[in-house]
Design a protein. Sequence first.
Length: 113
Amino acid sequence: QVHLVESGGGLVHPGGSLRLSCAVSGRFTSLDYMGWYRQAPGNQREMVATLAPNGVTNYADSVKGRFAISRDSFGKALFLQMNRLEPEDTAVYYCRYARTNSWGQGTQVTVSS
């Protein structure tokens, strides 16, 4: 079983930055497919960014050039650097481990003046 715990969310003004972290534990294969997703009230959960084992990244069009996904060298932590945040980025952000379709509990990001 894979256990994921997100952290780093909070309230930030438009134009600000946040760095989300996802700690991975349990029975998992390091450097597997992982990603960040988000869900705003009344909306479906959507992909924000994914990271393949070979390092290839994929981003939603709405965050390209502003967000960056990365992982630590041990594959036990996933990160999402979020810059130039906009009110439309407000959502609960989730970390996902693809092999077992495991999800964390989410961390709230609120962008507001």
